[in-house]
Design a protein around this ligand. Structure first.
Ligand SMILES: [Zn+2]
Length: 352
């Protein structure tokens, strides 16, 4: 039954505005993933089902004509089309080809012949006079999905965030009632388009740990449906602003941590930034450049409810200028006996 079928766009994981190319790519990727030959056991049966569903969705969405009809009527577009044709043919003689408009009340007595049969099949979900609880939803048309971009900072990713999103959606022009014309002229309010953009503000929650480029689905917050159809969904495309200090790697965070040579040599207790408040960490004596210090569970939330880690990569830096005192100390260090740090380098180079 229509109500148990998944939306074809959802099956392919693409937006309602996806280009034919995006649809083709999504189909190929999923077809490879679901192909029943690549699975065995219980998984195989599940994949067979998915594969079939995928092919059904693709067959409609890859065909511009079918896709248009699907967008308009949903899963039962074929029946809708057949019905429309039948009505047109039946009505052409009697009613001057007035045709039939989906969603328009047709309880004015016409179409009593075969009409009732179709009426019962295509009864709209909102019609309560004949028992709205009919299992057939008729041609309730689902509202369009809307998509908008949301920019987040890394700190917002840490906590999750509630965002106020403003959507612009078309509503019928109040002056002309959506006809685009008024007293035989173009409607002055909408300029003949019949619709007007209305701003709608909604609050949405974005979960902590969200990845850059994720599309967060907010069910039922898309454009309103027609004829009692469900509203579409709202998709938030998450874009995370890069941070100058905190580099994200999955749920881990990397930070370059500058230390003085003597801090690396002797060890030190240093104040370091985290996604929340700075904390003190110990740089162990004898640390090398590039060594990593780890603060467990100070990264971002993971999908499984844990936390990633925060890593500091040691960078050994020199003071911008040497004081006389510094110079004296370095000279003393230089006089002390040390092995040549380039011995290994020279040996390896000579072997090549
Ligand atoms: Zn108007």
């Amino acid at each position: 039954m229509a109500t148990t079928e998944r939306d074809y766009y959802a099956v392919l994981g693409v937006s309602r505005t996806a280009t034919p190319d995006e649809i083709k790519k999504a189909y190929r990727r999923l077809a490879r993933q679901y192909h029943p030959d690549l699975h065995s056991g219980a998984k195989k049966a599940e994949m067979e089902k998915k594969f079939k569903e995928l092919n059904q969705a693709n067959e409609v969405l890859e065909d511009p004509d079918k896709r248009k009809k699907y967008d308009r009527y949903g899963h039962r577009w074929q029946e809708a089309e057949a019905y429309e044709k039948a009505r047109e043919q039946a009505g052409a003689g009697q009613r001057g080809g007035a045709g039939f408009h989906w969603g328009q009340e047709s309880a004015q007595g016409e179409g009593q012949d075969f009409g009732d049969f179709f009426e019962n099949i295509f009864r709209r979900g909102t019609d309560t006079r004949r028992g709205g609880g009919s299992p057939f939803e008729g041609f309730a048309i689902q509202g369009e999905d809307l998509e908008t971009t949301v920019r987040l900072t890394l700190r917002e990713v840490l906590t999750g965030v509630s965002r106020r999103v403003q959507l612009s959606e078309p509503i019928p022009c109040p002056t002309c009632g959506g006809t685009g014309r008024q007293r035989g002229r173009l409607c002055p309010t909408c300029g003949g388009t019949g619709s007007r953009a209305e701003l709608r503000t909604i609050d949405v929650k974005i979960p902590a740990g969200v990845l850059d480029g994720t599309r967060v689905r907010v069910a039922g917050k898309g454009a309103p449906g027609h004829n009692g159809g469900k509203p579409g969904d709202l998709y938030l495309l998450v874009q995370i602003d890069p941070h100058a200090v905190f580099q994200r790697q999955g749920s881990d965070i990397l930070v370059q941590l500058p230390v003085w040579p003597w801090e690396a040599a002797l060890g030190a207790d240093v104040l370091v930034p985290t996604l929340t408040d700075p904390v003190r960490v110990k740089v162990p004596p004898g640390s090398r450049a590039g060594a990593k210090l780890r603060l467990k569970a100070k990264g971002l939330p993971t999908a499984t409810g844990g936390r990633g880690d925060l890593f500091f990569t040691l960078q050994i830096v020199m003071p911008p200028s040497l004081s006389d005192e510094d110079r004296k100390l370095y000279e003393e260090l230089a006089r002390a006996p040390h092995p040549d740090p380039r011995v290994e380098l020279l040996r390896t180079a000579g072997r090549a």
